[in-house]
Write a protein that binds this ligand. Sequence first.
Ligand SMILES: [Zn+2]
Ligand SMILES: [Zn+2]
Length: 635
Amino acid sequence: MSKLRLQFENDSVEIDKNSMVADVIEKLPLKNKHNIIAVYINNTLFDLHTPVTIEGKVKPVFIDAEKALDILRHSTSHVMAQAVQRLYPKVKLAIGPAIKDGFYYDFDFLDQVSEQDLSAIEAEMKKIIDEDQAFERYVMPRIEALSFFQKRNGIYKLELIRDLGEEESISFYKNAEFIDLCRGPHLPSTGYIKAFKLLNLAGAYWRGDERNPMLTRIYGTSFFQDKALKAYLVRMEEAKKRDHRKLGRQLELFSIHDEGPGFPFWLPNGMVLRNILLDFWREEHRKAGYVEIQTPILLKKDLWVLSGHWENYRDNMYITEIDGYPFAIKPMNCPGGMLVYKEKIHSYREFPIRVGEIGLVHRHEKSGVLQGLFRVRSFTQDDAHIFMLPEQIEDEIINVIELTDRIYSIFGFDYQLELSTRPERSIGTDKQWEMATKGLENALKKIGKQYTESPGEGAFYGPKIDFHLEDCLGRLHQCATIQLDMSLPERFDLTFINSKGEEERPVVIHRTVLGSIERFIGILIEHYGGRFPVWLAPVQVVILPITRDHVEEAQKIYKELYNRGYRVQIDDRNEKLGYKMRESELKKIPYIVVIGEKEIKEGTISVRKGGRQDLGSFTLDNFIQLLSGEVNQKK
Ligand SMILES: [Zn+2]
Ligand SMILES: [Zn+2]
């Protein structure tokens, strides 16, 4: 029997090839073995049921690891399918992956199933978990696997097997009576599932294709601790209240019509927000030494062939014709930016050249994945391309990180950094990759920020740094990115004159800070729960006269604020003060100013901070001081 050598910390153990991972763990000098649910050997994940086939470094995955949650949740999806099969024996099973924050399983039910049935399914799942059934893995030859599902009328599983390569061994996971086609990995047993909840039910086309049958998707989530599940459910409730689609309507920020699925309309309030954000962006970029350009939305096919988009990205592009010639709507700003660079001969003395573009791009997304401002078909990227010398990479990356940090900190966003390195399929030489990756790494080290590394996750044309922004509910959103590009300078034959008077290729980075303006505003809406700080709020102040008699004075104050540039409204409708107050609250206006008999007599105004906090009486001058202070400090 052939032997394999495994490295664990400073020890090395020899095992028989195809030993079970569970047996391998027994041999390792480790504590808390019960809490290990899988191991990495080099970068491949093996659960305890899988035979070891490779040598390398072993790293155990404990139940408190991020990856462990995926394994837990996928295992919970099996348990849900098992419970469903017990309750609805005629059901046909499709697929059941772990997803961000939970899992789902798609079912083809003969019976009518609704959200009311979820608690019965949960009860059945509870029984399966209490039985602590062990998961077992086994492999079947392709022919047997096909006949296994043919006998059971498993039409969806048959389709999945047929899509697998002829060579691939087909693995199954079994716990008690339940057997599923599955690549794994899985928990040791169902008893590891400590806390779970089924969340909702939705229609989903088989394989996301609307020509296929509509299946029933049941969503759920699970955790290793009850406490974590409870905290998650509270967060979800809060997130529902903050849903940007709901608040977008309520605050009249944006709309999306059937006439333009995935193409947002910006309403007057949303435009105010958007323009303030862009003014802020422009000012910060001006200070950081950027210039700005704008390139056309429609450009000839030839350009997209040159950039490689025609070959690699055409499915996501909208294509049209002008005078019989094919054109495409830009999905990215880069090719246009490269043309602008090429308009002149550049010298190394100009470097780094930082060229920003607030560019409107269009990308085709399937209708099923569109989601408010988070997933759209047209959006505005706050792009920039930086052209520089190889030795400028490090400093320039630091500049971009610092700029992003400054911009995010204004909104109170924390973020996590991720460095992605060379993937298997890539262009460029070893030397180029080495230089590029070192440049990014050194910048991250110099700036002293923690970061995670994702080996092999870079783009085919260069390594990158992604910023995962953390909102007030602890949810992560990938926004800013810094990508080094070794492809476009070649494709566009970009050059500059170096200090020896020779032509050389510049280094190019693509970077965004906000990512997509649309998505960033969606995140801001949810982050603030629609209650924007004064500097951003579409309406900063609303003035409420108590009765008709006070309208004249209210109008004077309105004019005073309006002429000073504040975004102010007056509600002089003949309605009760309480009613008008409640409406202003629903619009989440930062300041509510009340004018009545007492105020007119004293020459003051009564000020309420949105969110029902009474600030008492102010002179108009004092109130303006308060406002301008907050606007200047971006509060
Ligand atoms: Zn599975
Ligand atoms: Zn670009």
